[in-house]
Design a protein around this ligand. Sequence first.
Ligand SMILES: *Cc1c(COP(=O)(O)O)cnc(C)c1O
Length: 498
Amino acid sequence: MTTVHPAAPTALTTAEQHLLTGPTREAYRAGMAHAVDLVTDRLAAVDRPQTGIRPADLAAEIAAVDLGSPLPDTAAALDELSRLWLRDAVWFHDPAYLAHLNCPVVLPALAADALASAVNSSLDTWDQSTGATLIEQKLVTWLADRAGLGPLADGVLTPGGTQSTLQALLLARDEACARLRRDRPGARVPELLAGLRVLTSEVGHFSVVTAARLLGLGDDAVVAVPTDHACRMRVDALAAALADLREQGLEPMAVVGTAGTTDFGSIDPLPAIADLCAEHGAWLHVDAAYGGGLLVSPTRRHLLTGIERADSVTVDPHKTFFQPVACSVLLVRDGGTLRHVTHHADYLNPADAPEPNQVDKSIQTTRRFDAVKLWTTLRVLGADGIGAMVDRVVDLAAETWPLLDVHPVFDVVVRPELSTLVFRYVPEERLPDAEVDELNRYVRTAIAATGEAVLGGTTVQGRAFLKMTLLNPTTTADQLVAVLGLVIRHAETWLAAR
Ligand SMILES: *Cc1c(COP(=O)(O)O)cnc(C)c1O
């Protein structure tokens, strides 16, 4: 009987001492502890979401690093990183970080993420993942149940909503092509693709357009459906657009309903959209990258009514489940449709493999065990614990909206359904729109330069607006009022200097 264990510690070269092996477990502990210390020191010191560092200043420091001359050890490299990155890193955990859909992250997810990196499981095949495959499958099934997708539902984790939606539309495209081919057996692929259209609202996410391009559809393949006063897809306009496509002999292969638009958090009328999809044989994809957190909300799950009729759904736990990037999920009503991405490689996942291989369902091959973060979070906080935090940020937006709405210098776009507020400062003395745009852009930049708060910015009907994206359940309404005070102060500075 021979054994390959154990390696003698003295046999390790200097480089090999950095591999995670039995003999290096103390080095592992020290390296990880050093990283943890850097974060805890930063947590103790940080008093604003951003330091206001300018790209040019950091660029010089980063350019000066000689990648050809290694430092003595991990601690030295982490200390250098601390200076190059951590010191000025945008701190999403700060209550005054209000710019994008980045969330503060929960501890169970962080610990599990470190574990996943250390073990380095890859979710492509059972022989690289063992329990990880079953954990991902159970988590996906749990989320699909929350969405109400039925007994055949399945899905897979992806690195982001952009990819989840790309894969969903790939399945929709191939289902549509299979259907069209029944009537036109001799048709060539480009002919079929040329007639396919995807409909989404005019404030739908740009990843729908990106996906259409990647899927070989024409540049005009995405039809933008007009929205109502609350930035939701207009059902009458969708019905008209679908009828129009039919008249032109084009195929509406999919409708993407958005459950939580990136700017406004508006939720499209999913039940009525589902009715129209059923009538026209179109695949319904629900982009709940942002609004997916409502699946665990103890009080607002009803806002997603209709999602149970989707053929596919995008959920981004790295937005509204307080997970570190990357963590997105693609859910499908009929797991069988995932066959459109299946490729059997003899060396990896032969067709007759008895074990479950997640690569059969993914457009990735090597793939991180991102499911473990959300799994561990659920095991600690429970769905209600996560959902209560989602509720909190939605409440916060609801509490702050009336303040903006009645305030004479603020113009607010929509009453929020989720947790964003899009508004702009409009001076009482009337100014041309272009100057109001300039004022609001100035305010955003000036606040970011001090680092006291970070606001988002966007454009609504060609005009510049400011945006608060609320994803931190510990942020208070008073803190938001203080940020609005900063907006007013900087706006007045701009007006005085004009
Ligand atoms: C963020 C977002 C996406 C893209 O998701 P990523 O995870 O950033 O790739 C898609 N749709 C909506 C509505 C989003 O808010």
